[in-house]
Write a protein that binds this ligand. Structure first.
Ligand SMILES: Nc1ncnc2c1ncn2[C@@H]1O[C@H](COP(=O)(O)OP(=O)(O)OP(=O)(O)O)[C@@H](O)[C@H]1O
Ligand SMILES: [Mg+2]
Length: 374
């Protein structure tokens, strides 16, 4: 029998706040989302009280998980910064609104055991960011690195599909999650825990705390690189994410069309604003190679991203063709770098991966360039 919201709230009556008040009466609970035995809600408290509330969050999660009919429960703790409480002026959002959360560098801790975290981002959706993230991660792995991949596209998680992962992560010792291993990658996605419809109704603060939990409460183990598949766009939500994740650098994916390039430019400037180095731009769906006659067509006017990278003084990482094999393999959970390692596409992704690796290891740092902002 499906568990109802009322059942959950009744169970939470037995969970006291730090001051001893039953949780449902404290006014800190978000709406409880119960879908198909998967439960999600958040607790929003003052930033200064987060430490006191963490045991309450854990307890709430345990209590809900123990209810009959519950398959999984995710309780997120969200810190609300009090007006005027910020010690430094927080960065401004796209429309001049302050972005909630700590300014970068002040309280951003790394993830223990993870040497470098890099974001794969795009200014606009559907340009092949997730496909690139997966194949880049596999390319880095093929170069001998220990690689993890985190799906931070919380509204539209892709990794369950792109890596054909159906199983749910196990819980270790009550709260920590064991990531899934696929093709040698350590993988975590919110899509492993909740349904896509549930994700759609999340609000900003919930998303951030779910992301923080995926970084901190997952047993990532020792990794040379963690690749983060970011949600598309350059709005406040993406900016906040870029601030919340301790990023070593960002890879921007774009298609060659003018419109996509304008968005890619926004992506580059977003990361620059939060002081995350841009590792470079990948041109995806760059050209079309006819599988029958081998003729190459530059359907979208290929090369735009290379010019854009030059203009923005960021490295150009490579061109990935528009190819049916990439689409079919990707959407079937059989990414080309893993399943056709000797093919031409795998080679392209490995070359991109090598450039990324060199940059994050500092081995081949490009000579400083003068940045010309348009
Ligand atoms: N180089 C390519 N050649 C052919 N198809 C591609 C290529 N790259 C991506 N695709 C296909 O394009 C579609 C969108 O790709 P993907 O999901 O990676 O994009 P995305 O930018 O992550 O999208 P979203 O914004 O929805 O997260 C998928 O069907 C994918 O298989
Ligand atoms: Mg995606």
């Amino acid at each position: 029998m499906a568990v109802s919201k009322e059942h959950i709230l009744a169970a939470l009556e037995g969970v006291p706040s730090p001051k001893g008040v039953p949780l449902p009466s404290t006014g800190v609970l978000s709406d409880v989302v119960a879908s198909d035995g998967k439960i999600f809600f958040s607790i929003t408290v003052d930033a200064a009280e987060v430490k006191d509330w963490e045991p309450v969050r854990k307890r709430a999660e345990e209590v809900v998980r123990a209810l009959p009919g519950v398959q999984s429960a995710l309780v997120a703790l969200t810190a609300e910064r009090k007006a005027g409480a910020a010690s430094a002026r927080p960065p401004q959002g796209a429309r001049g609104t302050p972005v909630r959360g700590a300014p970068r560098g002040e309280s951003l801790q790394g993830v223990p055991g993870v040497a470098a975290i890099i974001a794969v981002a795009s200014g606009k959706g559907g340009v092949g960011k997730s496909t690139t993230a997966v194949n880049l991660a596999l390319g880095l792995s093929a170069l001998g690195l220990k690689v993890g991949i985190l799906d931070a596209d919380i509204y539209g998680p892709s990794l369950p599909k792109l890596l054909a992962i159906r199983e749910r992560p196990q819980t270790l010792g009550g709260t920590r999650l064991k990531p899934i291993t696929r093709y040698g990658l350590t993988v975590m996605s919110i899509g492993f825990l909740i349904d896509e419809e549930t994700a759609m109704i999340w609000r900003g603060p919930m998303v951030i705390s779910a992301l923080t939990q995926m970084l901190r409460e997952v047993e990532w183990g020792t990794l040379d690189v963690m690749v983060v598949d970011m949600p598309p766009g350059t709005g406040d939500a993406q900016l906040t994410m870029a601030q919340q994740v301790p990023l070593k650098g960002a890879v921007i994916v774009s298609t060659p069309q003018d419109l996509a390039l304008i968005d890619a430019r926004r992506g580059v400037s977003m990361f620059k604003r939060v002081n995350v180095p841009v590792l470079g731009i990948v041109e995806n769906m760059s050209y079309f190679l006819c599988p029958r006659c081998g003729t190459r067509s530059d359907i979208f006017g290929h090369g735009g991203a290379r010019h854009e990278a030059e203009r923005l003084a960021v490295p150009f990482l490579g061109e990935v063709p528009l190819d049916m094999a990439i689409r079919e393999k990707s959407d079937a959970g059989l990414p080309v770098v893993a399943t056709e390692p000797d093919g031409p596409h795998a080679r392209i992704y490995r070359e991109i991966a090598a450039k990324v690796r060199d940059q994050i290891s500092g081995a081949a740092r490009a000579a400083p360039k003068i940045v010309i902002e348009a």
